[in-house]
Design a protein around this ligand. Structure first.
Ligand SMILES: [Zn+2]
Length: 684
């Protein structure tokens, strides 16, 4: 591992933050914190922390000693001064004299001594930083260091590697007791350059941001070099099927098995994130994977994201998905039982007891394929997967030099059920459509783009499909979050199938489909060229059928119902003169909607439509609006508001109707009209 320190970058940070009123200490603390946080081999997703001891001015104009320490909820990789709340040093140091301090009292006391009450909670490792005398302190959960310390003889291994350069702190859960112990270890030999927190991570310290950072790099490099020597071969591969099923086939089945049935057609679903590489395959394909994957997390902090163990599934043989699904179901059921037992066994130590979390795995190992991260959102699934990938590396290296052996189950339980760790996961109720995946066709513009935004706002993971790939990706970018843009020509069944497979592989499955893509063709029905009618039927009818079929295939694999939404049109109910080529397939699509409701209601799949009219879009361009309003002798504004309510209907209004239908879990075979009122097109 190389030092990324650059004098010019450091000076740029100092100059930038000086303008914002921050001193050099804080600016350099931000700089090297980001250097550390940018490398997943050092810290991942909120893990690790840093601090600097400096001075700040209070309201009275007095200069006071403060500790600026990473705040909870901030990632080191993109930290700002606001993520390094300043806590008064003097009161922190006084705590050292206590024998005991509860976590809740510690958090409260730290908050009470913040310079700015709007700051985030200072790290749970704040006191450890405070009790050490050094100006700059860096803490990471280095993958390489963990591979060396997560051994049955981890302390001897570390001592052999670092000798007297480091102090060795036995495993204690973060908090007051660990802070005191770390300070004691340091004081026994104040010449040490850092501390190894056995089975947890590493601290380095220095007088300058650069020296503390470069010591971290040096110590981690020593661990990396150690891992390159005296390696044994890992792992022996298991016998796998000659051909494995694809991720797109496996993921929806898996997603269905993980879903928690909440009754009355409701499910607590999960979003998946798949990863594979040679290193991952070497790990998950190992004959002994049930041993080394089930020992526990590499550092206890990971347990809130990944639980303590992944579940190992059978290898999915191509063409034998039913058999695989049965094996996967058994394995997940066994994981749930194991988790209940683990909870019951460890909860006995607590009075009052803890409340059990959901029993579902967050990491799934699939021999022959790779691994899945599982989360309530794509973001959470990616975090779990990032940690799992890191775990693969750390455990592989640990096994190569010895036997992987992390902290005990009781220690892991204490972290998983620690109130301060649980707080990191955030609270609050989920959005109405959270944990669901919505696919929107024709999402590159108009109603489709509005629908993509509306579904994302309700908490959905969104996949935007459009014939124009750039437009699909553009909408996905506008939607933000983890939205996906995919090229798809809905008139080509192979393209539809490929797009749906891509979405299923990316998010794990599909719950809601807005079949929206369409275009208008005109012609007087008695004389119009046959090719015009057929072309319109391809897009305005057959494409809806291809999309709905592809969706149903994924939904049935999941077994958790689903929601089909069709964009029909006023034309489906109320023909416009010379609009036959457009209206006829739309009328057929209205019927298609009802047929899906009838044939797949038993699968829990709902099917509904929105009947909209006169929306500014690719079907009704500014030129068309100008021409039509002129032909009718009205202003463009009056033309657009030419309905019973006299108000223009927007793409957002239509998108809201789609969202409402997605939420209406007892509604199927329904058409909602969003047209401002048109009595001829009304349903009843
Ligand atoms: Zn830590």
């Amino acid at each position: 591992m190389k030092s990324l320190w650059s004098d010019s970058d450091a000076q740029a940070f100092v100059a930038k933050y000086k303008d914002q009123g921050h001193n050099e200490d804080v600016a350099l603390r931000v700089y090297t914190t980001r250097l550390l946080g940018g490398d997943p081999r050092l810290v991942l997703h909120g893990g690790g922390n840093t601090s600097v001891k400096t001075r700040a001015t209070d309201l009275l104009g007095d200069s006071v000693d403060v500790l600026c320490v990473k705040g909870s909820g901030w990632d080191m990789g993109n930290i700002e001064p606001a993520g390094l709340p300043a806590v008064r040093m003097e009161p922190l140091l006084k705590l050292r004299q206590l024998d005991k301090l509860s976590d809740e009292d510690m958090v409260n006391y730290q908050r009470a001594n913040l310079m700015d009450q709007t700051s985030p909670n200072p790290s749970v490792e704040t006191l450890l930083h405070a009790f050490l005398p050094h100006k700059f302190i860096d803490h990471t959960h280095s993958t390489a260091v963990l591979s060396v310390t997560d051994q049955p003889d981890g302390e001897e291994q570390c001592r052999a590697l670092y000798g007297k350069r480091m102090g060795y702190v036995p495993y204690i859960m973060p908090g007051f007791a660990l802070a005191k112990k770390a300070a004691e270890v340091f004081e026994q030999d104040p010449t040490v350059e850092g501390l190894i927190l056995l089975k947890h991570g590493i601290f380095t310290f220095g007088d300058s941001a650069r020296s503390a950072y470069e010591l971290m790099i040096e110590m981690v490099t020593l661990a990396e070099d150690r891992l390159k020597t005296n390696r044994k071969q890992v792992f022996v591969p298991a016998k796998l099927p000659a051909k494995t099923a694809s991720v797109a086939e496996v993921a929806p089945i898996l997603r269905g098995l993980l879903s928690l049935d909440q009754g009355d057609g409701a499910y607590k679903r999960w979003v998946l994130d798949f990863r594979t590489s040679d290193a991952i395959r070497n790990y998950v394909d190992g004959a002994d994977v049930e041993r080394y994957s089930q020992v526990g997390v590499v550092t206890p902090d990971h347990t809130i994201r990944t639980k303590n163990w992944p579940v190992v599934l059978p290898a999915p043989e191509a063409g034998k998905l039913d058999e695989w699904a049965a094996g996967a179901k058994t394995a997940i059921g066994a994981f749930e039982a194991l988790y209940h037992d683990y909870f019951a066994r460890n909860n006995e130590r607590f009075h009052p007891g803890k409340t059990e979390l959901d029993p579902m795995p967050r990491v799934i190992l699939v021999p022959g394929l790779g691994l899945f991260g599982v989360g309530a959102s794509k973001k959470d699934a990616m975090i779990a997967a990032d940690i799992a990938v890191n775990t693969v590396e750390s455990v592989t290296d640990a096994e190569a030099i010895g036997t992987y052996s992390p902290v005990t189950e009781a220690d892991m339980f204490d972290c998983e059920y620690w109130s301060l760790e649980q707080a990191k996961l955030g609270k609050g109720t989920e959005k109405a459509l959270a944990r669901q995946v919505a696919v929107i066709t024709g999402g590159g513009s108009g109603i489709g783009a509005a629908a993509a935004r509306a579904f994302a706002k309700e908490g959905c993971e969104v996949a935007v499909l459009d014939r124009n790939e750039a437009a699909a990706k553009d909408t996905a970018r506008q939607v933000g979050g983890k939205a996906l843009g995919v090229a798809c020509d809905v008139t080509d069944p192979a393209s539809v199938k490929a797009a749906f497979q891509a979405v299923a592989a990316h998010f794990g499955g599909i719950d809601i489909v807005v079949s929206n893509a369409g275009a208008a063709w005109q012609g007087q029905v008695g004389i119009v060229d046959d090719s015009v009618v057929r072309q319109s039927f391809e897009l305005n009818f057959f494409a809806h059928q291809s999309v709905a079929q592809a969706a149903v295939a994924v939904m049935k694999a999941q077994g958790t119902g689903g929601c089909l939404l069709f964009n029909t049109s006023k034309q489906a109910l109320n023909p416009g003169k010379n609009f036959g080529p457009y209206g006829m397939p739309k009328a057929a699509t209205l019927f298609l909607m009802k047929q899906y409701a009838l044939d797949h209601g038993g699968d829990g799949i709902r099917s509904n439509a929105v009947n909209a009219d006169r929306i500014r879009s690719g079907l009704l361009t500014p030129e068309m609006i100008a021409a039509r309003s002129k032909a009718r002798g009205v202003t463009e504004k009056d033309y657009m508001a030419g309905n019973l309510l006299g108000r223009e209907v927007t793409a957002e209004d239509v998108a809201d109707a789609f969202v409402w239908l997605a939420r209406a879990t007892k509604t199927t075979a329904c058409t909602i009209t969003v047209d401002g009122g048109n009595i001829e097109a009304s349903l009843r």
